[in-house]
Write a protein that binds this ligand. Structure first.
Ligand SMILES: [Cu+2]
Length: 83
């Protein structure tokens, strides 16, 4: 089991936290996530034999948010439950 802390950009409310949490938890190989709005981070416990940290970043971007330190252009059309 591996634990990584991702920086998440674009979260503005607890609905965003739920969206990111759901996006990460539905990935096969993710065992637990702890998403924090205040610190803008997601602590993810996952099985490195099944998935990589790139997969986590992809899932976050698919959900409409950005992870820092990841390659690729920033998400411009950000969807927020409150926005
Ligand atoms: Cu929101």
């Amino acid at each position: 089991m591996q634990t990584e802390r991702l920086s998440i950009r674009g979260m503005t409310c607890s609905g965003c936290v739920n969206t990111v949490t759901r996006a990460l938890r539905t990935i096969d190989g993710v065992h637990d996530t702890d998403v924090s709005l205040e610190s803008g981070t997601a602590v993810v416990q996952f099985d490195p034999a099944s998935i990589s940290i790139e997969d986590l970043g992809l899932a976050v971007r698919h959900a409409g948010y950005d992870t820092t330190g990841e390659p690729g252009p920033p998400q411009s059309d950000r969807r927020c439950c409150c926005g």
